[in-house]
Design a protein around this ligand. Sequence first.
Ligand code: ATR
Length: 267
Amino acid sequence: MKFAVIGHPIEHSLSPIMHHANFEALQLNHEYQALNIPPAHFHHIRDIAAEYALDGFNVTIPHKERIIPYLDDMTDEAKAIGAVNTVLIKNGRWIGHNTDGIGFVKGLNDYYGDLSNAKILIIGAGGASKGIAYSLSQKTSHQIAVANRTMARFDDWQFDIEAHALSEVDTIAHQYDIIINTTPVGMHTSTDQVVSLQQLKQDALVCDIIYIPAETAFLKAAKAQGYDTYNGLDMFVYQGAESFNFWTGQQADIDAMRQRVTKRLYS
Ligand code: ATR
């Protein structure tokens, strides 16, 4: 089978090496390549998919919303989030799905254990936040709290959450078992922190969906105060594993995928 990731720019994508690690582990002869498609050429997407004989593909920045008009159908997740990162091509029909949130939540579930009673606060209200909030809301009995700098961001949310201003985080943070940064603050070489972390629950887990660097200033500060931390590498790995499952119906070899990406990124 043939797969791809479509984005712009795309040359730094780790998806091809990660998916090939899985194909090798499962002894599959599939292919997965990165295709750089700028927005101005995106309207050729159907021809491009036909040319490469794709059975499915991932969609990444900046096309996760742009792909929607080309789809025949969408999963409930993709509809609720309003963005697609995975397309399955089956009998000529294009089905859009979103595995970003599911990926984060599956990884978190494996790391943390049962999430059904956890009280969770998400910082940021962009696309990644929406996916994670949607998937978490299927897993926990408590309403998910989301804090954002700009309250207007919540206007197009299609499902219930408890919306907070970013400025409230310091006063409400002590109520939560899990706190997740989904903003890009702290990415790459930045040492910024989106909020300070004060007076959390003693056994709180502090998460960041960023995985470059492996430990953001946000996670470093949490660790220094004795809290357990969890970065975004698993989200990347599990979203890929979920895409593979959506395309093939098979379970991916998560460890093989994680090992290959970890080696490339951190060694
Ligand atoms: P993604 O799809 O990766 O989630 P996005 O849709 O651009 O990215 O969303 C980025 C999120 O990070 C938003 O919630 C944004 O807050 P605003 O809605 O107020 O713009 C948040 N964000 C980005 N930079 C930020 C900063 N310096 N401080 C606080 N929040 C920030």
